[in-house]
Design a protein around this ligand. Structure first.
Ligand SMILES: NC(=O)c1ccc[n+]([C@@H]2O[C@H](COP(=O)([O-])OP(=O)(O)OC[C@H]3O[C@@H](n4cnc5c(N)ncnc54)[C@H](O)[C@@H]3O)[C@@H](O)[C@H]2O)c1
Length: 249
């Protein structure tokens, strides 16, 4: 069950944290993984990690906010590993990258573009670069990593991030419906509170989560393995909240 042998996965932003967990879990189930990150050294570390564990991986350093770079990067991945069957749109900011909450009323418009470009345009660029190949081959998986900030918009002070994450959800759902008859599924995972580098902050966050702990990269990787599998072929156009039972994140 959930055997990904013979599949090629592209995981964006897989040089640290959540993306590493996703890349590792997909590789452990047999997928060859293209590890994207805007920081090439980070991508290479994840590749080394996967290869050391007996998996197959190649670095794919490019900036998801540039459509030209994405198209060239996907061409390189295709040459190195084969056409992309599974795309995980994980690159984003917020979360462990740290956000300094700021009320919208005080925001400088110059600060909006960054969160929207990476969290929304990054998803559009990467999806566009792989979707036609998936449809032509009659099999594909697009998995977008979003946030409770995108589903509920309950986080105060991160409105451009919420807008980017919410846009990723509605885009992925629309894409899913457009390609549904082709054997390609598209779903979103909306993460709750993940562990932070500071254990004190992690412990404080955990107190607000019904299961009593923050999320781990492996929690998200496991969900990606399921959504990427043949067994999940009837799961599409969904947003799955993985958050330890939190009602708001
Ligand atoms: N960590 C959390 O608490 C949390 C909660 C909800 C949602 N999320 C989402 O989960 C995803 C992963 O979060 P994380 O905490 O691992 O983030 P992170 O900031 O720790 O890591 C993101 C990685 O993406 C890379 N990246 C950034 N911009 C890029 C670009 N333009 N092109 C290619 N790579 C780029 C970074 O170099 C980094 O290695 C993000 O989409 C984030 O918004 C995280």
């Amino acid at each position: 069950m959930f055997d990904l042998t013979g599949r090629v996965a592209l995981v964006t932003g897989a040089g640290q944290n959540v993306g590493v967990g996703i890349a590792r879990m997909l590789a452990a189930q047999g997928a060859a993984v293209a590890v994207n990150d805007i920081v090439p050294e980070r991508a290479q570390e994840t590749v080394a990690d996967i290869v050391a564990a007996g998996g197959r991986a190649a670095g794919a350093p490019f900036d998801v906010t540039s459509y030209d770079e994405v198209v060239a990067g996907v061409a390189d991945v295709t040459e190195a590993l084969g056409p992309v069957d599974i795309l995980v749109n994980n690159a984003g900011n917020g979360g462990a990258a740290g956000m300094r909450p700021e009320p919208f009323r005080e925001m400088d418009p110059a600060g909006w573009e960054g969160p929207i470009r990476v969290n929304l345009y990054g998803v559009l660029h990467c999806s566009r670069a792989v979707i036609n190949g998936m449809c032509e081959r009659g099999w594909g998986r697009v998995i977008t990593i979003s946030s409770g900030a995108g589903t509920g918009g309950v986080n105060i002070g991160v409105s451009p991030y919420s807008a980017g994450k919410g846009g990723g959800i509605s885009f992925t759902r629309t894409l899913a419906l457009e390609v549904a008859p082709t054997g390609v599924t598209a779903n979103t995972i909306a993460l709750g509170l993940m562990g932070m580098p500071d254990p004190k902050i992690t412990a404080r966050l955990a107190r607000a989560i019904p299961v009593g702990r923050t999320g781990t990269p492996a929690d998200i990787g496991a969900a990606c393995v399921w959504l990427a599998s043949d067994e999940a072929s009837w799961v599409t156009a969904q947003t799955i909240e993985i958050n330890g039972g939190s009602i708001t994140t």
